[in-house]
Design a protein around this ligand. Structure first.
Ligand SMILES: N[C@@H](CCC(=O)N[C@@H](CSS)C(=O)NCC(=O)O)C(=O)O
Length: 325
């Protein structure tokens, strides 16, 4: 029997030493509310700490739990871990509906945010092939989709914003003015995307493309960084007006200045990661922790193949994707 409250995993202590199995780690990773715990487990594993399982705990067995080996070997949770967890609890209380969805061909994340009281919702970076999935979820949750917003003009897949306008009446497409793309609404630095009691603040973060935007939740607890900042990486800068110096400044000035506990959600991940924090990326990003000069060299030596669908994706995305009939 698996515990239903993953935070209990962190709170319990004791018994036989044994490293966490992949199944146990997956359980933690799969649990939305357990995400901060998962990060903590990962950081504990990184510190080479062992974990223990308890056979019998208050009549519940087997009850798996990471535990302290000794006080000396257990680092205190970092400030960011503690604050990130507080934030998750806070979110549940204040009524933000939040979902992260994945499209496996282009490894793109789409995010759904809504106010659970007013039911007003916004989708960030929907993908054409997953419009049916996204529209279904919006309907199932009883939400009113106001906007389908793009962080930038994508080069690797066609945005779902055009088709969403057709299948979800009332939904309007959004992209930055600097992208040069057409949309119902074009936005600039400082503009707000409002949904119910919440809003996303648009921060211009050019460098991967001219028109890249990072969307920051009003309380600065979440940031949707598009391709400007990826987890332990960043967007490439070798086409679509890419500029390594602009990207470096964008990330340092507009993202790394957010609170260290701000959770960052990228538009892609190619290594199975789902989210990070400003603190983590400031300390651990292998590209952006370097000096600007070193960063420019790194970016000019990536030697990545061109995205397979760039020649069809970019023209389609310049009109916010397939528009339906
Ligand atoms: N193989 C993919 C394209 C992968 C790629 O180039 N990703 C971009 C973001 S989408 S344009 C990128 O910036 N990657 C950075 C990196 O370090 O990987 C395809 O063929 O579509």
């Amino acid at each position: 029997m698996w515990p239903t409250d993953p935070t209990a995993l962190e709170l319990n202590i004791n018994q036989k030493e044994r490293p966490l199995s992949w199944k146990q780690q997956t359980f933690l990773a799969d649990s939305a509310m357990g995400a901060p715990v998962y990060r903590r487990v990962k950081s504990l594993l990184a510190c080479n700490l062992a974990f223990r399982t308890a056979g019998n705990h208050n009549g519940i067995k087997p009850w798996l739990k990471p535990a302290f080996i000794s006080k000396q070997r257990l680092p205190l949770p970092s400030q960011s871990t503690v604050l990130a967890r507080s934030y998750c609890q806070h979110t549940a209380q204040k009524g933000l509906v939040f979902r992260q969805m994945f499209e496996p061909i282009s490894s793109t994340y789409t995010y759904l945010l809504a106010d659970c009281e007013t039911r007003e919702a916004v989708l960030i970076d929907p993908v054409l092939e997953e419009v049916e999935r996204d529209a279904k979820l919006v309907k199932e949750l009883g939400l009113r989709l106001l906007y389908a917003a793009n962080t930038h003009c994508h080069a690797d897949h066609i945005t779902g914003t055009g088709l969403l306008k057709k299948v979800v009446p009332g939904c309007r497409s959004i992209i930055s003015k600097d992208s040069g793309a057409k949309a119902d609404i074009t936005i600039q630095e400082g503009d707000r995307i409002e949904f119910g009691r919440f809003h996303l603040e648009a921060r211009a973060t050019p460098g991967h493309t001219d028109g890249c935007m990072t969307f920051v939740l009003n309380d600065h607890s979440l940031a949707f960084t598009g391709d400007a900042l990826l987890i332990r990486g960043c967007g490439r800068t070798d086409f679509q007006q890419g500029s390594a110096t602009r990207l470096y400044k964008s990330v340092h000035e507009k993202i790394f200045t957010l609170p260290e506990w701000c959770i960052v959600y990228p538009a892609h991940d190619y290594k199975g990661m789902t989210m990070s924090t400003v603190d983590e990326e400031r300390r651990l990003n292998p590209r952006l922790t370097k000096s600007m000069e070193e960063f420019v060299i790194i970016m000019s030596n990536l030697n990545l193949p061109k995205p397979t669908h760039i020649d069809t994706a970019v023209p389609a995305n310049l009109v916010c994707g397939i528009q339906g009939d």
